[in-house]
Write a protein that binds this ligand. Structure first.
Ligand SMILES: [Zn+2]
Length: 158
């Protein structure tokens, strides 16, 4: 793609990967996995309940979305999380990253640590709710298939 074409494309749109899936994000996508460990060493992660109209609507996953041409995966993940919730993502340190590479398209999950599990409200139209979910109880929710596939790789990261 030429520079001129990229300039006119902000990254929103469908892409097909080498595995034949259709994915959102011409330049790939990324999401923010926010982890918190409480004083009893109980691990929680911040999950987004996706709006019914969205791709895989009604499932739970991490906030995220399409990358823009000039963005790193981390910048896109922080921006998308801030668009979809009122979480202040700027101060959360990155502790890990996992790239789910499908060939021609990839999803990068950026792992950050939150010192406190403060309540987080949904923002914009893509989230119904954001909720801190115990990491050992994720199976009780209907997970977004992309997140479900990445979670075994992410569980012990960060
Ligand atoms: Zn794919």
């Amino acid at each position: 793609m030429s520079a001129l074409q990229q300039e006119s494309c902000d990254g929103d749109g469908w892409a097909f990967c080498a595995q034949g899936h259709r994915h959102w994000g011409v330049f790939g996508a990324s999401g923010l996995l926010v982890r918190h460990r409480d004083e009893n060493a109980v691990e929680r992660i911040l999950l987004q309940h996706r709006a019914a109209w969205s791709h895989y609507g009604g499932t739970w996953g991490v906030p995220g979305g399409a990358r823009r041409p000039a963005e790193t995966a981390e910048q896109a993940a922080r921006r998308e999380a801030a668009e979809e919730s009122d979480l202040d993502t700027t101060s959360l340190p990155v502790t890990g990253e996992f790239v789910d590479d499908h060939g021609g398209w990839s999803y990068t999950t950026v792992v950050v640590r939150a010192h406190l599990a403060v309540p987080v409200a949904a923002r914009g139209g893509e989230s119904v709710e954001l909720r801190w979910v115990r990491a050992d109880r994720l199976h009780e929710l209907e997970l977004h298939p992309g997140f479900a596939a990445s979670w075994p790789h992410l569980r012990d990261r960060g």
